[in-house]
Design a protein around this ligand. Structure first.
Ligand code: ADP
Length: 621
Protein backbone atom coordinates (compact mmCIF):
# COMPACT_ATOMS: atom_id res chain seq x y z
CA UNK A 1 0.00 0.00 0.00
CA UNK A 2 2.69 2.51 1.07
CA UNK A 3 4.53 1.48 -2.03
CA UNK A 4 1.57 2.31 -4.28
CA UNK A 5 1.03 5.76 -2.72
CA UNK A 6 4.74 6.52 -3.08
CA UNK A 7 4.72 5.36 -6.67
CA UNK A 8 1.76 7.56 -7.65
CA UNK A 9 3.36 10.54 -5.93
CA UNK A 10 6.69 9.92 -7.67
CA UNK A 11 4.94 9.58 -11.04
CA UNK A 12 3.08 12.88 -10.51
CA UNK A 13 6.29 14.63 -9.47
CA UNK A 14 8.03 13.19 -12.50
CA UNK A 15 5.42 14.67 -14.85
CA UNK A 16 5.39 17.97 -12.99
CA UNK A 17 9.19 18.22 -13.07
CA UNK A 18 9.19 17.50 -16.81
CA UNK A 19 6.71 20.38 -17.34
CA UNK A 20 8.80 22.77 -15.23
CA UNK A 21 11.98 21.68 -17.00
CA UNK A 22 10.39 22.26 -20.42
CA UNK A 23 9.21 25.73 -19.42
CA UNK A 24 12.60 26.47 -17.91
CA UNK A 25 14.68 25.36 -20.86
CA UNK A 26 12.52 26.98 -23.52
CA UNK A 27 12.18 30.28 -21.73
CA UNK A 28 14.57 33.17 -22.23
CA UNK A 29 16.75 33.12 -19.16
CA UNK A 30 19.93 34.42 -17.64
CA UNK A 31 22.93 32.27 -18.30
CA UNK A 32 25.32 32.35 -15.39
CA UNK A 33 27.05 29.81 -13.21
CA UNK A 34 24.13 29.58 -10.73
CA UNK A 35 21.54 28.93 -13.41
CA UNK A 36 23.84 26.34 -14.96
CA UNK A 37 23.99 24.45 -11.66
CA UNK A 38 20.24 24.77 -11.31
CA UNK A 39 19.74 23.26 -14.78
CA UNK A 40 21.97 20.33 -13.80
CA UNK A 41 19.99 19.87 -10.56
CA UNK A 42 16.79 19.78 -12.55
CA UNK A 43 18.13 17.17 -14.95
CA UNK A 44 19.46 14.95 -12.14
CA UNK A 45 16.14 15.30 -10.32
CA UNK A 46 14.35 13.96 -13.38
CA UNK A 47 16.77 11.04 -13.54
CA UNK A 48 16.23 10.33 -9.80
CA UNK A 49 12.47 10.28 -10.19
CA UNK A 50 12.70 8.07 -13.25
CA UNK A 51 15.04 5.54 -11.56
CA UNK A 52 12.98 5.36 -8.38
CA UNK A 53 9.86 4.87 -10.48
CA UNK A 54 11.56 2.04 -12.39
CA UNK A 55 12.60 0.37 -9.13
CA UNK A 56 8.98 0.47 -7.95
CA UNK A 57 7.81 -0.96 -11.27
CA UNK A 58 10.35 -3.78 -10.91
CA UNK A 59 8.94 -4.64 -7.50
CA UNK A 60 5.35 -4.52 -8.76
CA UNK A 61 6.23 -6.69 -11.73
CA UNK A 62 7.99 -9.00 -9.30
CA UNK A 63 11.26 -8.83 -11.21
CA UNK A 64 13.92 -10.94 -9.54
CA UNK A 65 15.53 -8.56 -7.03
CA UNK A 66 18.88 -10.22 -7.42
CA UNK A 67 18.82 -9.80 -11.18
CA UNK A 68 21.66 -7.79 -12.63
CA UNK A 69 19.24 -5.21 -14.02
CA UNK A 70 17.68 -4.54 -10.64
CA UNK A 71 21.06 -4.23 -8.91
CA UNK A 72 22.24 -1.96 -11.70
CA UNK A 73 19.19 0.29 -11.25
CA UNK A 74 19.77 0.40 -7.50
CA UNK A 75 23.41 1.41 -7.82
CA UNK A 76 22.75 3.98 -10.54
CA UNK A 77 20.00 5.41 -8.36
CA UNK A 78 22.44 5.75 -5.42
CA UNK A 79 25.03 7.48 -7.61
CA UNK A 80 22.36 9.76 -9.06
CA UNK A 81 21.19 10.79 -5.56
CA UNK A 82 24.83 11.39 -4.63
CA UNK A 83 25.35 13.62 -7.70
CA UNK A 84 22.30 15.69 -6.81
CA UNK A 85 23.53 16.27 -3.25
CA UNK A 86 27.00 17.17 -4.54
CA UNK A 87 25.79 19.64 -7.19
CA UNK A 88 23.41 21.21 -4.69
CA UNK A 89 26.32 21.64 -2.25
CA UNK A 90 28.38 23.43 -4.92
CA UNK A 91 25.37 25.61 -5.72
CA UNK A 92 24.97 26.57 -2.05
CA UNK A 93 28.68 27.39 -1.75
CA UNK A 94 28.48 29.52 -4.90
CA UNK A 95 25.53 31.59 -3.76
CA UNK A 96 26.91 31.98 -0.23
CA UNK A 97 30.47 32.90 -1.10
CA UNK A 98 30.05 33.94 -4.75
CA UNK A 99 31.40 37.40 -4.04
CA UNK A 100 34.67 36.00 -2.67
CA UNK A 101 36.72 35.84 -5.82
CA UNK A 102 39.56 33.94 -4.14
CA UNK A 103 37.38 31.13 -2.78
CA UNK A 104 35.52 30.78 -6.05
CA UNK A 105 38.78 30.81 -7.99
CA UNK A 106 39.77 27.67 -6.12
CA UNK A 107 36.56 25.71 -6.51
CA UNK A 108 34.81 26.67 -9.72
CA UNK A 109 35.49 25.07 -13.03
CA UNK A 110 36.91 28.04 -14.87
CA UNK A 111 40.56 28.32 -15.88
CA UNK A 112 43.34 25.80 -15.57
CA UNK A 113 42.00 22.87 -13.53
CA UNK A 114 45.38 21.45 -12.61
CA UNK A 115 46.29 24.66 -10.77
CA UNK A 116 43.37 24.28 -8.36
CA UNK A 117 44.24 21.91 -5.48
CA UNK A 118 40.76 22.20 -3.93
CA UNK A 119 39.21 21.10 -7.18
CA UNK A 120 41.57 18.14 -7.48
CA UNK A 121 40.74 16.97 -3.93
CA UNK A 122 37.07 17.36 -4.78
CA UNK A 123 37.37 15.24 -7.93
CA UNK A 124 39.26 12.52 -5.98
CA UNK A 125 36.47 12.57 -3.36
CA UNK A 126 33.82 12.06 -6.06
CA UNK A 127 35.75 9.19 -7.64
CA UNK A 128 36.18 7.42 -4.28
CA UNK A 129 32.50 7.83 -3.36
CA UNK A 130 31.24 6.64 -6.73
CA UNK A 131 33.65 3.71 -6.52
CA UNK A 132 32.42 2.78 -3.00
CA UNK A 133 28.77 2.97 -4.06
CA UNK A 134 29.52 0.81 -7.07
CA UNK A 135 31.34 -2.03 -5.30
CA UNK A 136 30.06 -2.15 -1.70
CA UNK A 137 27.26 -4.64 -1.15
CA UNK A 138 23.70 -3.45 -1.62
CA UNK A 139 20.54 -5.38 -0.84
CA UNK A 140 16.88 -4.85 -1.38
CA UNK A 141 14.13 -5.70 1.06
CA UNK A 142 10.68 -6.42 -0.33
CA UNK A 143 7.49 -7.26 1.52
CA UNK A 144 3.85 -7.00 0.47
CA UNK A 145 3.45 -3.37 1.33
CA UNK A 146 6.82 -1.81 0.63
CA UNK A 147 10.39 -2.22 -0.51
CA UNK A 148 13.68 -0.48 0.18
CA UNK A 149 17.43 -0.89 -0.33
CA UNK A 150 19.99 -1.17 2.44
CA UNK A 151 23.56 -2.23 3.03
CA UNK A 152 27.02 -0.52 3.18
CA UNK A 153 26.62 1.22 -0.19
CA UNK A 154 23.40 2.87 1.02
CA UNK A 155 25.04 3.78 4.34
CA UNK A 156 27.79 5.65 2.47
CA UNK A 157 25.10 7.81 0.82
CA UNK A 158 23.30 8.43 4.12
CA UNK A 159 26.62 9.54 5.63
CA UNK A 160 27.22 11.91 2.71
CA UNK A 161 23.71 13.37 3.13
CA UNK A 162 24.30 14.04 6.84
CA UNK A 163 27.69 15.70 6.20
CA UNK A 164 26.25 17.72 3.28
CA UNK A 165 23.38 19.08 5.33
CA UNK A 166 25.92 20.23 7.94
CA UNK A 167 27.94 21.94 5.16
CA UNK A 168 24.78 23.72 3.91
CA UNK A 169 23.96 24.86 7.43
CA UNK A 170 27.49 26.26 7.86
CA UNK A 171 27.21 28.04 4.50
CA UNK A 172 23.92 29.66 5.52
CA UNK A 173 25.43 30.86 8.79
CA UNK A 174 28.80 32.08 7.51
CA UNK A 175 27.76 33.36 4.07
CA UNK A 176 29.62 36.42 2.86
CA UNK A 177 27.08 37.42 0.22
CA UNK A 178 24.62 39.19 2.45
CA UNK A 179 23.06 41.40 -0.20
CA UNK A 180 19.81 39.48 -0.45
CA UNK A 181 18.89 37.67 2.77
CA UNK A 182 15.43 36.74 1.47
CA UNK A 183 16.83 34.27 -1.00
CA UNK A 184 17.90 32.04 1.89
CA UNK A 185 14.35 31.56 3.25
CA UNK A 186 13.40 28.78 0.79
CA UNK A 187 16.83 27.21 1.32
CA UNK A 188 16.42 27.15 5.11
CA UNK A 189 13.00 25.58 4.58
CA UNK A 190 14.44 22.97 2.27
CA UNK A 191 17.24 22.14 4.71
CA UNK A 192 14.49 21.32 7.25
CA UNK A 193 12.71 19.07 4.73
CA UNK A 194 15.99 17.33 3.85
CA UNK A 195 16.80 16.57 7.49
CA UNK A 196 13.24 15.28 8.03
CA UNK A 197 13.81 13.03 4.97
CA UNK A 198 16.94 11.51 6.57
CA UNK A 199 15.13 10.95 9.90
CA UNK A 200 12.10 9.48 8.11
CA UNK A 201 14.30 6.96 6.39
CA UNK A 202 15.65 5.82 9.75
CA UNK A 203 12.10 5.44 11.11
CA UNK A 204 10.59 3.72 8.09
CA UNK A 205 12.85 3.09 5.11
CA UNK A 206 9.85 2.00 3.09
CA UNK A 207 8.72 5.61 2.64
CA UNK A 208 10.37 6.49 -0.63
CA UNK A 209 11.07 10.13 0.00
CA UNK A 210 14.51 10.59 -1.57
CA UNK A 211 13.76 11.64 -5.12
CA UNK A 212 10.56 13.40 -4.05
CA UNK A 213 12.52 15.41 -1.56
CA UNK A 214 14.97 16.54 -4.24
CA UNK A 215 12.21 17.33 -6.71
CA UNK A 216 10.67 19.50 -3.99
CA UNK A 217 13.90 21.54 -3.86
CA UNK A 218 13.74 22.03 -7.62
CA UNK A 219 10.11 23.25 -7.40
CA UNK A 220 10.84 25.53 -4.49
CA UNK A 221 13.78 27.08 -6.27
CA UNK A 222 11.87 27.47 -9.51
CA UNK A 223 9.24 29.59 -7.81
CA UNK A 224 11.69 31.57 -5.69
CA UNK A 225 15.40 32.16 -6.14
CA UNK A 226 15.83 30.52 -9.55
CA UNK A 227 12.70 31.92 -11.13
CA UNK A 228 13.87 32.82 -14.65
CA UNK A 229 11.69 35.94 -14.90
CA UNK A 230 12.86 37.30 -11.56
CA UNK A 231 16.45 36.47 -12.42
CA UNK A 232 16.16 38.30 -15.72
CA UNK A 233 14.72 41.36 -14.03
CA UNK A 234 17.43 41.31 -11.35
CA UNK A 235 20.08 40.85 -13.98
CA UNK A 236 18.65 43.70 -16.09
CA UNK A 237 18.56 45.97 -13.07
CA UNK A 238 22.15 45.10 -12.32
CA UNK A 239 23.16 45.78 -15.91
CA UNK A 240 21.31 49.10 -15.86
CA UNK A 241 23.01 50.16 -12.65
CA UNK A 242 26.37 49.27 -14.11
CA UNK A 243 25.63 51.14 -17.33
CA UNK A 244 24.52 54.19 -15.35
CA UNK A 245 27.66 54.05 -13.29
CA UNK A 246 29.82 53.74 -16.40
CA UNK A 247 27.97 56.60 -18.02
CA UNK A 248 28.54 58.81 -15.00
CA UNK A 249 32.20 57.89 -14.97
CA UNK A 250 32.37 58.81 -18.66
CA UNK A 251 30.70 62.18 -18.11
CA UNK A 252 32.99 62.94 -15.16
CA UNK A 253 35.99 61.90 -17.21
CA UNK A 254 34.94 64.12 -20.09
CA UNK A 255 34.39 67.17 -17.95
CA UNK A 256 37.73 66.62 -16.20
CA UNK A 257 39.42 66.08 -19.51
CA UNK A 258 37.92 69.25 -20.88
CA UNK A 259 39.34 71.13 -17.93
CA UNK A 260 42.76 69.59 -18.42
CA UNK A 261 42.77 70.30 -22.16
CA UNK A 262 41.48 73.80 -21.77
CA UNK A 263 44.30 75.05 -19.56
CA UNK A 264 47.04 74.39 -22.11
CA UNK A 265 44.69 75.43 -24.92
CA UNK A 266 44.10 78.68 -23.12
CA UNK A 267 47.82 79.34 -23.27
CA UNK A 268 48.07 78.42 -26.97
CA UNK A 269 45.10 80.55 -28.05
CA UNK A 270 45.98 83.45 -25.77
CA UNK A 271 49.65 83.71 -26.66
CA UNK A 272 49.00 83.26 -30.38
CA UNK A 273 46.42 86.05 -30.26
CA UNK A 274 48.96 88.25 -28.51
CA UNK A 275 51.53 87.32 -31.15
CA UNK A 276 49.10 88.24 -33.93
CA UNK A 277 48.85 91.79 -32.64
CA UNK A 278 52.63 92.16 -32.89
CA UNK A 279 54.64 93.18 -35.86
CA UNK A 280 55.55 89.84 -37.38
CA UNK A 281 57.01 88.88 -40.75
CA UNK A 282 54.23 87.76 -43.11
CA UNK A 283 55.17 84.10 -43.08
CA UNK A 284 55.19 83.98 -39.31
CA UNK A 285 51.86 85.79 -39.16
CA UNK A 286 50.32 83.16 -41.44
CA UNK A 287 51.61 80.38 -39.24
CA UNK A 288 50.30 82.03 -36.09
CA UNK A 289 46.95 82.41 -37.87
CA UNK A 290 46.97 78.68 -38.53
CA UNK A 291 47.68 78.00 -34.86
CA UNK A 292 44.72 80.17 -33.89
CA UNK A 293 42.34 78.46 -36.28
CA UNK A 294 43.57 74.97 -35.38
CA UNK A 295 43.10 75.64 -31.69
CA UNK A 296 39.66 77.08 -32.35
CA UNK A 297 38.68 73.82 -34.08
CA UNK A 298 40.03 71.91 -31.13
CA UNK A 299 37.88 73.98 -28.78
CA UNK A 300 34.84 73.23 -30.93
CA UNK A 301 35.56 69.51 -30.82
CA UNK A 302 35.96 69.51 -27.04
CA UNK A 303 32.73 71.50 -26.70
CA UNK A 304 30.87 69.06 -28.95
CA UNK A 305 32.00 66.03 -26.97
CA UNK A 306 31.01 67.76 -23.75
CA UNK A 307 27.60 68.72 -25.08
CA UNK A 308 26.77 65.25 -26.28
CA UNK A 309 27.85 63.64 -23.02
CA UNK A 310 25.77 66.11 -21.08
CA UNK A 311 22.73 65.45 -23.23
CA UNK A 312 23.18 61.70 -22.90
CA UNK A 313 23.50 61.90 -19.14
CA UNK A 314 20.22 63.89 -19.13
CA UNK A 315 22.07 66.71 -17.47
CA UNK A 316 21.28 69.32 -20.04
CA UNK A 317 18.75 71.84 -18.88
CA UNK A 318 17.21 74.43 -21.12
CA UNK A 319 17.50 77.99 -19.90
CA UNK A 320 14.71 80.11 -21.34
CA UNK A 321 14.97 83.88 -21.35
CA UNK A 322 13.58 86.80 -23.32
CA UNK A 323 15.84 87.53 -26.24
CA UNK A 324 16.08 89.56 -29.37
CA UNK A 325 15.89 87.29 -32.40
CA UNK A 326 17.36 89.98 -34.64
CA UNK A 327 20.41 90.15 -32.45
CA UNK A 328 20.87 86.38 -32.68
CA UNK A 329 20.47 86.44 -36.47
CA UNK A 330 22.93 89.28 -36.77
CA UNK A 331 25.51 87.39 -34.72
CA UNK A 332 24.95 84.26 -36.80
CA UNK A 333 25.47 86.17 -40.03
CA UNK A 334 28.70 87.73 -38.85
CA UNK A 335 30.00 84.38 -37.48
CA UNK A 336 29.21 82.67 -40.79
CA UNK A 337 30.88 85.43 -42.77
CA UNK A 338 33.96 84.98 -40.64
CA UNK A 339 33.87 81.23 -41.27
CA UNK A 340 33.64 81.70 -45.03
CA UNK A 341 37.19 83.04 -44.91
CA UNK A 342 38.70 82.92 -48.36
CA UNK A 343 35.92 80.78 -49.84
CA UNK A 344 34.30 82.60 -52.76
CA UNK A 345 30.72 81.78 -51.83
CA UNK A 346 27.68 83.98 -52.15
CA UNK A 347 26.04 84.26 -48.73
CA UNK A 348 22.37 85.22 -49.08
CA UNK A 349 20.09 86.03 -46.18
CA UNK A 350 16.35 86.32 -46.24
CA UNK A 351 14.60 87.16 -42.96
CA UNK A 352 10.84 87.60 -42.80
CA UNK A 353 9.84 91.05 -41.63
CA UNK A 354 6.98 89.69 -39.53
CA UNK A 355 9.24 87.93 -37.00
CA UNK A 356 8.34 89.36 -33.57
CA UNK A 357 11.40 91.19 -32.18
CA UNK A 358 11.33 89.67 -28.70
CA UNK A 359 10.87 85.96 -28.16
CA UNK A 360 11.07 83.71 -25.14
CA UNK A 361 13.12 80.49 -25.24
CA UNK A 362 16.64 79.10 -24.94
CA UNK A 363 18.45 81.44 -27.30
CA UNK A 364 21.91 79.92 -26.62
CA UNK A 365 20.70 76.54 -27.86
CA UNK A 366 18.79 78.02 -30.76
CA UNK A 367 21.92 79.82 -31.85
CA UNK A 368 23.95 76.63 -31.47
CA UNK A 369 21.49 74.69 -33.66
CA UNK A 370 21.50 77.24 -36.47
CA UNK A 371 25.25 77.75 -36.28
CA UNK A 372 25.79 74.00 -36.71
CA UNK A 373 23.80 74.06 -39.94
CA UNK A 374 25.51 77.18 -41.24
CA UNK A 375 28.97 75.84 -40.38
CA UNK A 376 28.21 72.57 -42.19
CA UNK A 377 27.10 74.50 -45.26
CA UNK A 378 30.32 76.43 -45.27
CA UNK A 379 32.32 73.24 -44.74
CA UNK A 380 30.61 71.20 -47.44
CA UNK A 381 30.17 73.84 -50.15
CA UNK A 382 33.05 74.66 -52.43
CA UNK A 383 31.37 76.94 -54.96
CA UNK A 384 28.03 78.64 -55.48
CA UNK A 385 25.94 79.95 -52.65
CA UNK A 386 24.59 79.50 -49.15
CA UNK A 387 21.16 80.84 -48.37
CA UNK A 388 20.03 81.46 -44.80
CA UNK A 389 16.27 81.98 -44.57
CA UNK A 390 14.08 82.60 -41.54
CA UNK A 391 10.31 82.98 -41.62
CA UNK A 392 7.67 83.01 -38.93
CA UNK A 393 4.20 81.55 -38.61
CA UNK A 394 2.33 83.26 -35.79
CA UNK A 395 -0.54 81.72 -33.89
CA UNK A 396 -1.80 83.41 -30.72
CA UNK A 397 1.30 84.06 -28.60
CA UNK A 398 3.44 81.40 -30.30
CA UNK A 399 5.81 82.09 -33.12
CA UNK A 400 6.91 79.08 -35.17
CA UNK A 401 10.32 79.88 -36.59
CA UNK A 402 11.02 78.14 -39.88
CA UNK A 403 14.76 78.29 -40.41
CA UNK A 404 16.32 76.94 -43.55
CA UNK A 405 19.94 76.72 -44.62
CA UNK A 406 20.40 75.86 -48.26
CA UNK A 407 23.65 75.36 -50.13
CA UNK A 408 24.98 74.36 -53.51
CA UNK A 409 27.52 72.05 -51.91
CA UNK A 410 28.52 68.42 -52.25
CA UNK A 411 25.06 67.11 -51.27
CA UNK A 412 24.26 63.85 -49.53
CA UNK A 413 23.49 60.48 -51.12
CA UNK A 414 19.87 59.45 -50.64
CA UNK A 415 20.60 56.28 -48.72
CA UNK A 416 22.91 58.13 -46.33
CA UNK A 417 20.38 60.72 -45.24
CA UNK A 418 18.93 58.60 -42.45
CA UNK A 419 22.43 58.13 -40.98
CA UNK A 420 22.93 61.87 -40.72
CA UNK A 421 21.88 62.18 -37.12
CA UNK A 422 23.95 59.28 -35.81
CA UNK A 423 26.79 60.04 -33.45
CA UNK A 424 30.30 59.96 -34.99
CA UNK A 425 28.77 58.98 -38.35
CA UNK A 426 30.50 60.56 -41.25
CA UNK A 427 29.30 60.27 -44.81
CA UNK A 428 31.33 60.20 -47.97
CA UNK A 429 34.58 59.72 -46.08
CA UNK A 430 36.87 59.95 -49.08
CA UNK A 431 35.39 63.12 -50.46
CA UNK A 432 35.43 64.86 -47.09
CA UNK A 433 38.90 63.79 -46.15
CA UNK A 434 40.22 67.33 -46.00
CA UNK A 435 37.38 68.68 -43.88
CA UNK A 436 37.66 68.89 -40.11
CA UNK A 437 34.93 66.89 -38.48
CA UNK A 438 33.67 65.06 -35.44
CA UNK A 439 30.37 63.73 -36.76
CA UNK A 440 28.75 65.22 -33.66
CA UNK A 441 27.24 68.44 -34.99
CA UNK A 442 24.00 67.08 -36.42
CA UNK A 443 23.55 64.59 -33.57
CA UNK A 444 23.72 67.44 -31.09
CA UNK A 445 21.42 69.55 -33.28
CA UNK A 446 18.82 66.77 -33.43
CA UNK A 447 19.02 66.00 -29.70
CA UNK A 448 18.71 69.68 -28.81
CA UNK A 449 15.69 70.02 -31.09
CA UNK A 450 14.09 66.96 -29.47
CA UNK A 451 14.58 68.59 -26.09
CA UNK A 452 13.15 71.88 -27.30
CA UNK A 453 10.19 70.32 -29.09
CA UNK A 454 11.48 71.26 -32.55
CA UNK A 455 11.87 69.34 -35.79
CA UNK A 456 14.55 69.09 -38.45
CA UNK A 457 14.28 67.84 -42.01
CA UNK A 458 16.79 67.41 -44.83
CA UNK A 459 16.45 67.58 -48.56
CA UNK A 460 19.50 66.93 -50.61
CA UNK A 461 20.58 66.09 -54.13
CA UNK A 462 23.94 64.41 -54.32
CA UNK A 463 26.58 66.69 -55.84
CA UNK A 464 24.04 69.50 -56.25
CA UNK A 465 23.33 70.75 -52.75
CA UNK A 466 21.36 70.39 -49.55
CA UNK A 467 18.67 72.15 -47.60
CA UNK A 468 18.27 71.72 -43.85
CA UNK A 469 15.02 73.03 -42.41
CA UNK A 470 14.29 73.51 -38.73
CA UNK A 471 10.89 74.32 -37.24
CA UNK A 472 10.74 75.44 -33.65
CA UNK A 473 8.13 77.19 -31.52
CA UNK A 474 9.07 80.16 -29.34
CA UNK A 475 6.83 82.31 -27.17
CA UNK A 476 6.19 85.87 -28.26
CA UNK A 477 6.84 88.64 -25.75
CA UNK A 478 4.91 91.77 -26.53
CA UNK A 479 7.29 94.46 -25.47
CA UNK A 480 8.86 97.49 -27.06
CA UNK A 481 12.33 96.79 -28.23
CA UNK A 482 15.20 99.18 -28.09
CA UNK A 483 17.01 98.84 -31.45
CA UNK A 484 20.14 100.38 -30.01
CA UNK A 485 20.68 97.16 -28.00
CA UNK A 486 21.59 95.55 -31.28
CA UNK A 487 24.69 97.61 -31.70
CA UNK A 488 25.76 97.90 -28.09
CA UNK A 489 28.18 95.00 -28.08
CA UNK A 490 29.84 96.03 -31.27
CA UNK A 491 31.49 99.08 -29.71
CA UNK A 492 35.13 99.02 -30.60
CA UNK A 493 37.57 99.12 -27.78
CA UNK A 494 40.04 101.51 -29.32
CA UNK A 495 42.37 103.88 -27.53
CA UNK A 496 41.13 102.73 -24.20
CA UNK A 497 43.30 103.94 -21.38
CA UNK A 498 43.19 101.81 -18.28
CA UNK A 499 45.94 103.52 -16.28
CA UNK A 500 43.69 104.23 -13.32
CA UNK A 501 41.79 100.96 -13.45
CA UNK A 502 42.62 98.13 -11.08
CA UNK A 503 41.81 94.58 -12.10
CA UNK A 504 42.21 91.60 -9.78
CA UNK A 505 42.80 88.25 -11.46
CA UNK A 506 42.42 85.06 -9.44
CA UNK A 507 43.52 81.75 -10.94
CA UNK A 508 45.49 78.86 -9.46
CA UNK A 509 47.27 78.38 -12.77
CA UNK A 510 50.01 80.93 -13.36
CA UNK A 511 50.03 80.32 -17.10
CA UNK A 512 46.37 81.36 -17.29
CA UNK A 513 47.15 84.53 -15.38
CA UNK A 514 50.00 85.31 -17.72
CA UNK A 515 47.79 84.79 -20.81
CA UNK A 516 45.03 87.05 -19.50
CA UNK A 517 47.38 89.86 -18.56
CA UNK A 518 49.20 89.57 -21.91
CA UNK A 519 45.87 89.94 -23.70
CA UNK A 520 45.27 93.15 -21.77
CA UNK A 521 48.75 94.68 -22.08
CA UNK A 522 47.69 97.33 -24.60
CA UNK A 523 45.32 99.03 -22.17
CA UNK A 524 47.80 99.76 -19.36
CA UNK A 525 45.57 98.32 -16.66
CA UNK A 526 46.80 98.03 -13.16
CA UNK A 527 46.62 94.26 -12.84
CA UNK A 528 47.03 92.34 -9.58
CA UNK A 529 47.39 88.58 -9.83
CA UNK A 530 46.74 86.07 -7.05
CA UNK A 531 46.62 82.28 -7.18
CA UNK A 532 43.93 81.31 -4.68
CA UNK A 533 40.53 82.28 -3.32
CA UNK A 534 42.08 82.80 0.08
CA UNK A 535 44.59 85.35 -1.20
CA UNK A 536 41.78 87.16 -2.99
CA UNK A 537 39.69 87.34 0.19
CA UNK A 538 42.73 88.51 2.22
CA UNK A 539 43.41 91.28 -0.28
CA UNK A 540 39.85 92.58 -0.08
CA UNK A 541 39.91 92.28 3.73
CA UNK A 542 43.05 94.43 3.81
CA UNK A 543 41.12 97.16 2.01
CA UNK A 544 42.18 96.37 -1.55
CA UNK A 545 39.79 98.01 -3.93
CA UNK A 546 39.33 96.97 -7.55
CA UNK A 547 37.19 97.92 -10.52
CA UNK A 548 36.81 94.37 -11.76
CA UNK A 549 37.58 90.89 -10.49
CA UNK A 550 38.18 87.97 -12.86
CA UNK A 551 37.69 84.88 -10.72
CA UNK A 552 38.54 81.34 -11.81
CA UNK A 553 36.03 78.78 -10.57
CA UNK A 554 37.89 75.49 -10.38
CA UNK A 555 40.53 76.12 -7.75
CA UNK A 556 41.74 73.86 -4.95
CA UNK A 557 40.72 74.59 -1.33
CA UNK A 558 38.22 77.40 -1.91
CA UNK A 559 36.51 77.31 -5.31
CA UNK A 560 35.64 80.44 -7.25
CA UNK A 561 31.95 80.13 -6.37
CA UNK A 562 32.76 79.78 -2.65
CA UNK A 563 35.13 82.75 -2.82
CA UNK A 564 32.42 84.75 -4.58
CA UNK A 565 29.84 83.94 -1.91
CA UNK A 566 32.28 85.03 0.82
CA UNK A 567 33.06 88.24 -1.07
CA UNK A 568 29.36 89.05 -1.37
CA UNK A 569 28.97 88.75 2.41
CA UNK A 570 31.49 91.55 2.94
CA UNK A 571 29.97 94.87 3.76
CA UNK A 572 30.02 97.43 0.97
CA UNK A 573 31.39 94.99 -1.59
CA UNK A 574 30.07 95.89 -5.01
CA UNK A 575 32.91 95.19 -7.43
CA UNK A 576 31.74 93.38 -10.56
CA UNK A 577 32.94 89.77 -10.51
CA UNK A 578 33.33 87.78 -13.72
CA UNK A 579 33.55 83.98 -13.47
CA UNK A 580 36.36 82.33 -15.40
CA UNK A 581 35.99 78.68 -16.12
CA UNK A 582 37.35 75.94 -18.28
CA UNK A 583 34.08 74.11 -17.87
CA UNK A 584 32.67 75.39 -21.10
CA UNK A 585 29.61 73.24 -21.57
CA UNK A 586 27.11 75.49 -23.31
CA UNK A 587 24.59 76.93 -20.90
CA UNK A 588 27.27 77.55 -18.27
CA UNK A 589 26.93 81.29 -18.69
CA UNK A 590 23.33 81.24 -17.42
CA UNK A 591 24.35 79.04 -14.51
CA UNK A 592 26.98 81.53 -13.35
CA UNK A 593 24.67 84.50 -13.83
CA UNK A 594 22.06 82.67 -11.75
CA UNK A 595 24.66 82.24 -9.02
CA UNK A 596 25.01 86.01 -8.92
CA UNK A 597 28.15 86.57 -10.97
CA UNK A 598 28.08 89.66 -13.15
CA UNK A 599 29.28 87.78 -16.20
CA UNK A 600 31.16 84.75 -17.39
CA UNK A 601 34.21 84.07 -19.52
CA UNK A 602 35.12 80.63 -20.74
CA UNK A 603 38.68 79.47 -21.12
CA UNK A 604 40.48 79.62 -23.43
CA UNK A 605 39.82 83.32 -23.07
CA UNK A 606 39.28 84.88 -26.44
CA UNK A 607 40.61 88.37 -26.93
CA UNK A 608 37.23 89.54 -28.25
CA UNK A 609 35.29 88.15 -25.33
CA UNK A 610 37.70 89.68 -22.85
CA UNK A 611 37.41 93.06 -24.55
CA UNK A 612 33.63 92.82 -24.47
CA UNK A 613 33.81 92.35 -20.72
CA UNK A 614 36.16 95.33 -20.33
CA UNK A 615 33.79 97.34 -22.47
CA UNK A 616 30.77 96.33 -20.43
CA UNK A 617 32.19 97.00 -16.97
CA UNK A 618 34.98 99.54 -17.35
CA UNK A 619 34.40 101.68 -20.41
CA UNK A 620 32.03 103.98 -18.55
CA UNK A 621 34.76 104.99 -16.15
P1 ADP B 1 30.72 66.81 -39.01
O1 ADP B 1 30.40 67.94 -39.92
O2 ADP B 1 31.57 67.21 -37.85
O3 ADP B 1 31.20 65.60 -39.72
P2 ADP B 1 27.86 66.63 -38.59
O4 ADP B 1 27.08 65.78 -37.66
O5 ADP B 1 27.62 68.08 -38.55
O6 ADP B 1 29.37 66.30 -38.32
O7 ADP B 1 27.58 66.11 -40.06
C1 ADP B 1 27.54 64.71 -40.33
C2 ADP B 1 27.81 64.47 -41.81
O8 ADP B 1 26.71 64.92 -42.60
C3 ADP B 1 28.99 65.20 -42.36
O9 ADP B 1 30.18 64.48 -42.15
C4 ADP B 1 28.67 65.34 -43.84
O10 ADP B 1 29.05 64.16 -44.51
C5 ADP B 1 27.16 65.42 -43.86
N1 ADP B 1 26.68 66.82 -44.01
C6 ADP B 1 26.23 67.64 -43.04
N2 ADP B 1 25.84 68.83 -43.53
C7 ADP B 1 26.05 68.78 -44.86
C8 ADP B 1 25.85 69.70 -45.97
N3 ADP B 1 25.37 70.93 -45.77
N4 ADP B 1 26.19 69.27 -47.20
C9 ADP B 1 26.68 68.04 -47.40
N5 ADP B 1 26.89 67.13 -46.43
C10 ADP B 1 26.59 67.47 -45.17
Amino acid sequence: MIMLICMVTIACSFIYTIIIALIYFFKKRVNNIETKFYSILMAISLLNLYLELMLCVNVLLKVNIDSLLNIFFNRIFLISLFSWVTVFTIYIIKISFGNCEKIMEKITFEGNLLKKPVLIIFIIYIIIMVFLMSILPIEQYICDTYSYSFGPAVNVLIGICVVSSIVWLLCFIFKTDKTDKKKYYPLWFYLGVFIIGIILREINPGILFNSLNMALAVFLMYFTIENPDMKLILELNKAKEEADRANHAKTDFLSNMSHEIRTPLNAIVGFSQVLLSKDLPNEAKEEVNDIVSASESLIEIVNGVLDISKIEANKLELVSTEYSINKILKELVSLTKARLGIKQLEFKTNFDSNIPPILFGDSTRLKQIILNLLTNSVKYTHEGYIEFKVSAVIKNDICRLIISVEDSGIGIQEDKIEKLFTKFERLDQEKNIAIEWTGLGLTITKKLLDLMGGKISVQSIYEKGSRFTVAIDQKIINKDFDESELTEEDDELTDFDGTNIRILMVDDNRLNLKVASKLLTNYNFNIVEVTSGKECLDLIDKGGSFDLILLDDMMPEITGVETFNLLKQKEGFNTPVVALTANAISGMREEYINLGFDDYLSKPISKDELEKIINKFLNKK
